[in-house]
Design a protein around this ligand. Structure first.
Ligand code: F6P
Length: 326
């Protein structure tokens, strides 16, 4: 585990897609740092803001009235410049210029890779898992997933009501470009007949069509399909399914509503604990770690170790989804 010099000033940034609970994490990092006697700075617009010195001095009051808000008060951006070695060196020299000893990066795997690059330039980093996608291998929990699935589920329940009244097939597209966790959880929790995950879908639409026909024979009057964004094409899929089955089929793409909104209690709580923990690890002289949640415990790993881990959709849970939809 990398050791670092003693920490006097910490910066925090959010990077990549925003997620509900990021503000709770920013607040926890800020308040715990100030509580521990450290200086705090907020970096706006992620790594791009770091390169552009888009900084705000943070006091305890800077994060008042934010724990319940969705989005990120620090805003977020993707930075092409930071992807280059020159950009990373510039970012590190800006940290040194401002006396920033450590940067807490809240985001997904891409943000962790950015944090790792910064650590190679001599700046201590800590990563907090912020993504609605739950697709970070080093943790069983990511900040924002709980809110996103509850937001999606509320919408799906409403679609299900009208789908049932009209005896229709409904395809609901949820977020997840590369990861099907939102689709899996929402599919199981909404009692969907079919769940299409980017990790598993073999594009055999005939199988879905056959499933609809069989389900109607055994008395099902409506059919709910949860489709992940990574598979997409929900509208054209609906047209083809309607033509093949004769069942009226509608597609709804939930989109960015899943990324916004007030975080759930779980997202606020976990984000708060993780944010505080990042500061305490830095205060203990640890660096270049990412915080996670594993087997009921908050954990931390070296960032490069975390990035080398792999995560797979749990096969058994996916099988259960199929069994429960008979
Ligand atoms: O990573 C979160 C996420 O919402 C994914 O589910 C989605 O594929 C992606 O972000 C969309 O990102 P963008 O903001 O670039 O459209």
């Amino acid at each position: 585990m990398a050791k670092t010099r003693s920490i006097k000033k910490i910066a925090v940034l959010t990077s990549g897609g925003d997620s509900p609970g990021m503000n709770a994490a920013i607040r926890a990092v800020t308040r715990k740092a100030i509580f521990n006697g450290l200086d705090m700075v907020g970096i706006q617009r992620g790594f791009q803001g770091l390169i552009e010195e888009d900084f705000v001095d943070f006091g305890a009051r800077s994060v008042s009235d934010t724990i319940q808000r969705g989005g990120t008060i620090l805003r977020t951006a993707r930075s092409e410049e930071f992807r280059t070695e020159a950009g990373q060196k510039k970012a590190a020299s800006i940290c040194r210029k401002h006396g920033i000893d450590a940067v807490v990066v809240i985001g997904g795997d891409g943000s962790y890779r950015g944090a790792l690059a910064l650590s190679h330039e001599g700046i201590a980093v800590m990563g907090l898992p912020g993504t609605i996608d739950l697709d970070i291998a080093s943790t069983e929990y990511t900040i924002g997933f709980d809110t996103a699935v509850n937001t999606a589920l509320e919408a799906i329940d409403k679609i299900r009501d009208t789908s049932s009244s009209h005896e229709r097939c409904s395809i609901v597209e949820v977020m997840g470009r590369n990861a099907g966790y939102i689709a899996l959880w929402c599919g199981v929790a909404s009692g969907a007949e079919d769940i299409l995950l980017p990790e598993k879908y073999d594009h055999d639409e005939q199988e879905i069509i056959n499933h609809i026909i069989e389900s109607r024979k055994i008395g099902k009057t409506h059919h709910l399909i949860i489709n992940a964004e990574g598979i997409g094409h929900s509208t054209s899929m609906a047209r083809r399914i309607e033509a093949a089955t004769g069942m009226e089929t509608r597609a709804t793409i939930l989109g960015y509503m899943q990324r916004g909104g007030a975080p759930t209690c779980k997202d606020r709580y976990y984000a708060s604990i993780m944010g505080a923990m990042a500061v305490d690890l830095l205060a203990q002289g640890k660096a270049n770690r990412v915080i996670g949640y594993h087997h009921g415990e908050f954990t931390d790993f070296d960032v490069d170790e975390a990035l080398a881990m792999e995560k797979q959709i749990p096969e058994y849970q996916y099988e259960i989804a199929r069994a429960l939809s008979i």
